[in-house]
Design a protein around this ligand. Structure first.
Ligand code: NG6
Ligand code: CA
Length: 509
């Protein structure tokens, strides 16, 4: 009788896949804001060292041709969470802080997909996809509805929009956190509240001055986009945002360590206003922009250390990426331009945030799944749009018909096994001009808008002429070869038109 327990494990060994936990690894997205391909030392930055990200890259697949679906935040996040290109749907441009929920409750989201697989789901950090029903109608002193719990997140602790937009408060499960009912909070994107100072009228109150825009309500000595009043106890402290969000992320991981969880951890770094904690201030030699890159790296290190400590290191997929490419002057005089030196935030790529050129959407991307995914560097063409379909395939979730209409299953590419990835991908710039990229070519459709954004110092890629670049030998998109290869232009323009028309979007909301 006693020999049975000894025999059983031997018999079970050939099926050792079953001896492990089933296919329900935890999944964490670490989603940076405005961090460029070239901002991380794993992607070749010499002017800054980001060791925690470097280690993540050394232990996982580091992608060199990974994209967000758009060159600004709201459409990139919309596409990532719904699996639908944002340009198919109106109202998905850069959202104000009083925008209504852009992803409506009836939409199927990434969080719903994880739910279906039995996961607990959390969103912590920058949101920027609206809250409440309709723009400008929210009562920020009450439960906001709809909120993230209506689109599949069991827990949320978010910044409503961006660091530079009011309201400058955290919202926990649809309620402004730490709000004193005797000091209600009011928000407007129309007009100021009588008697409240603004950056425009009271520059003497500012500790950081705008370079363009950002001259409305003043919070913590920094003028923002939009007007707000009250809610003093709930206001975030800019130099503690990273710490606050990271500690919430760690708490979520710890709390759910015994069940499969999905955590969307969206950092404020390195978006403006850049106010590093004193632990990072002055440490990069590149001013606040470099310092918040170090701060981001610290957040990554904290997540990884927590996974190790809790023994979740092997059973957790960590995906790190960014919502769009980098920008140096995004509206505040924070010294980023003056202190940039030789640093190239976009790496070898042209343009930056807002742009049709590659630095707009070709973002850092790493997937680590220890013990399951071989460390490597992959040049497969991949897009965040495909996370939902690819992870659904991993978890065995069959998504409902019509869900995630543009998302495709490229699980093998994400796991580093397939080095091709997508045959083509549509990229979207800030003016909604579209490009299509393949492994060989990139075609930018003729489009309206200035060729150069002087405020931010970035080439937009907008041109009345068609542009074609060879992505095999011209990563920097230096030579427009559209006239040389009219057939290629014709084919890619036709393909783009087909994608635009081919999939019928759900009706506009
Ligand atoms: C722009 C802001 C910029 C940034 C951006 C959104 C001005 C002049 N500029 O309109 O500072 O907030 O919107 O950035 O207001 S994103 O990364 O969230 O898309
Ligand atoms: Ca962004």
């Amino acid at each position: 009788m006693k020999s049975i327990p000894l025999i059983l494990p031997l018999v079970a060994l050939p099926l050792s896949g079953y001896a492990e936990k089933p296919q329900t690894p935890n999944v964490i997205f670490i989603y940076a804001d405005d961090i460029g391909y070239g901002d991380l030392s794993c992607n070749g930055a010499k002017t800054i060292s980001t060791p925690h990200v470097e280690r993540l890259a050394a232990e996982g697949v580091r992608f060199t041709n990974a994209h967000s679906a758009a060159a600004t935040s709201t459409p990139a996040r919309y596409a990532m969470l719904t699996g639908e290109y944002a340009w198919r749907r109106q109202g998905t441009g850069i959202a104000d802080g009083d925008a209504g929920m852009i992803i409506r409750p009836e939409r199927y989201t990434l969080a719903d997909m994880f739910h279906e697989a039995g996961y607990v789901t959390g969103a912590i950090g920058k949101w920027h996809l609206g809250l409440g029903d309709k723009k400008g109608t929210q009562d920020w002193n009450k439960q906001l509805s709809p909120n993230l719990s209506d689109i599949g997140f069991d827990y949320s602790y978010i910044m409503a929009a961006t660091g530079d937009r009011v309201p400058c408060v955290f919202v926990e499960n649809g309620l402004v956190a730490n709000l004193d009912p005797n000091d209600p909070i009011y928000v407007s994107y129309q007009k100021n509240f009588p008697g409240e100072p603004t950056g425009k009228n009271n520059p003497e109150l500012l500790t950081m001055h705008p370079s363009h825009g950002h001259n409305q309500s003043i919070v913590n000595g920094i003028s923002r986009i939009g007007f707000m009043k009250g809610g003093k106890s709930a206001l975030w402290k800019d130099d503690q945002i990273a710490e606050e969000l990271t500690s919430k992320a760690l708490a979520f991981i710890e709390q759910h360590k015994d069940q499969p969880f999905f955590l969307y951890f969206a950092t404020q770094d390195a978006h403006v206003p850049r106010v590093p904690n004193e632990r990072f201030a002055g440490k990069s030699g590149m001013g606040p922009r470099g310092d918040v890159l170090l701060q981001f790296d610290w957040s990554v290190g904290e997540v990884m250390a927590t996974l190790k400590r809790l023994g979740l290191d092997k059973n957790t997929i960590v995906i790190l990426s960014s919502d769009n490419g980098p920008v140096v002057d995004d509206g505040y005089k924070d010294g980023a331009v003056e202190l940039l030196g030789d640093h190239k935030p976009g790496g070898p790529f042209r343009g930056g945030k807002y742009s049709s050129y590659e630095a707009g959407t070709r973002v850092p991307c790493i997937l680590r799944w220890s013990g399951r995914v071989e460390p490597s560097v992959s040049d497969a063409l991949v897009c965040q749009l495909d996370w939902i379909a690819s992870l659904a395939s991993l978890l065995g979730v069959k998504m409902p018909t019509g869900a995630a209409p543009d998302s495709e299953n490229y699980l093998d590419a994400w796991l580093g096994k397939d080095r091709q990835g997508r045959p083509c991908l549509v990229e979207q710039n800030a003016q909604n001009n579209l490009s299509i990229i393949t492994n060989e070519w990139k075609y930018i459709e003729p489009g309206k808008g200035a060729a150069f954004n002087h405020n931010v110092g970035i080439e937009t890629g907008n041109s009345p002429e068609p542009q074609l670049y060879n992505m095999r030998n011209d990563w920097g998109e230096k030579e427009n070869v559209a006239e040389k290869y009219p057939e290629v232009v014709k084919n890619l323009a036709a393909k783009l038109a087909e994608i635009k028309d081919g999939r019928v979007a759900l009706p506009l909301e």
